[in-house]
Design a protein around this ligand. Structure first.
Ligand code: KG4
Ligand code: ZN
Length: 337
């Protein structure tokens, strides 16, 4: 079965073709980051309009790359939510219109399920069950994953998501949007020891997170003294270390609590180099396996949507032809296909 995946929930148009027999055939992405950068964040109306411009040319491009025609597609998976409603509607409308003319099923995919399953696109994918750390711009969650649609929430952020903390810290340091990669690049120039930032909820005894206090601590540090480039780099370093320490400790605690020996990490912050170094070190020390998606599949992409859709359609070939979007949608509402 060949599944076309369409991702349009936020500021990236991602299209991919996934074959249940041969794996990922082709994928393409258009990022709107430069378009939104001058506004310091995503402008929803501009995002929707740009998705409209990109979806069909990118679909033609992945078909060309895979040497396939529209008629070879057996099903279409699209991001149904959560996300920006106008942006989601673009993917949904194109998916439903194409599926109607091709007489094939569609399946609305939960964006976070896409992120969660992205590491399974790689070679030697981890087997279920595993602990998943989902760290994106909007979410910081630890989950016990027993199978497709079998997600038990173990811990969540009480306020800001880790990615959001990176983005806000970037703003305070005068860096560009999106902040994660910019803070992480600046942190490489920073030195330890000059700033001491808190590790929120490190010893809370549960698997929840909180990052808004850390952002406030950065604000305090930034306003307390004159900021030259070296000081900014030192703050970026201290901030990143604080986030990485907390995320690593909670992952180890989640593995201990569940008795599981496999961890997967997904979402935009999963691309962070220091986080990967720290988790790899913890994996060696505590004897667990850790898997990540390739860097380009940490952030939004069509491949994860095609894959999650294909996994769901395996057990339900009907699809759903829902033609609705779900801008707010809790991952815990999903059930096994
Ligand atoms: O998963 P994603 O593309 O979008 C959501 O669904 O939220 O994640 C985007 C988030 C942004 O907050 C961005 O700053 C962060 O991931 N991010 C990073 C890195 N790359 C992206 N944070 C830290 N280090 C990175 N290398
Ligand atoms: Zn995302």
């Amino acid at each position: 079965m060949i599944v076309l995946g369409i991702e349009s929930s936020c500021d990236e148009t991602g299209i991919a073709l996934y074959d249940t027999n041969h794996g990922l055939l082709a994928h393409a992405l258009h990022s709107q980051i430069r378009m939104h950068a001058e506004y310091g964040g995503v402008v929803p109306e501009l995002a929707s309009r740009d998705h409209i411009r990109r979806v069909l040319p990118l679909t033609e491009s992945v078909l060309r790359d895979a040497g396939l025609a529209l008629g070879d597609i057996n099903a279409i998976a699209y991001t149904q939510g959560p996300g920006l409603s106008g942006a989601l509607l673009v993917g949904t409308s194109v998916a439903e219109a194409l599926a109607f003319t091709l007489n094939i099923p569609t399946i609305g995919v939960h964006h976070l399920e896409g992120h969660l399953l992205a590491p399974l696109l790689e070679e030697n994918p981890p087997a279920f069950p595993f602990v998943a750390l989902l760290v994106s711009g909007g979410h910081t969650q630890l989950m016990r994953v027993s199978g497709i649609g079998e997600y038990e929430l173990l811990g969540d952020t009480l306020d800001d998501a880790a990615g959001e903390a990176f983005d806000k810290t970037a703003k305070l340091l005068g860096l560009e949007y999106p902040g994660g990669p910019a803070v992480s690049r600046l942190a490489e120039l920073g030195k330890p020891g000059n700033y001491k930032l808190p590790r929120p909820m490190l010893n809370s005894g549960n698997l929840d997170f909180s990052f808004s206090g850390l952002k406030t601590a950065v604000l305090t540090a930034v306003t307390a003294s004159a900021m030259d480039d070296a000081a900014k780099a030192d703050i970026a370093y201290a901030f990143q270390e604080a986030v990485v320490d907390v995320l690593t400790a909670k992952c180890v605690a989640a593995l201990n609590q569940t008795g599981l020996e496999r961890l997967i990490v997904s979402g935009g912050v999963g691309a962070n180099k220091r986080l990967r170094e720290s988790l790899n070190r913890a994996a060696g020390k505590n004897r667990f396996e850790v898997s990540y998606p390739r860097l380009e599949f940490c952030t939004d992409n069509g491949a994860m949507i095609a894959f999650a859709g294909a996994m769901r359609l395996k057990n339900n070939r009907q699809g759903n032809h829902a033609f609705t979007v779900r801008p707010r949608w809790d991952l815990a509402e999903l059930t096994a296909p």
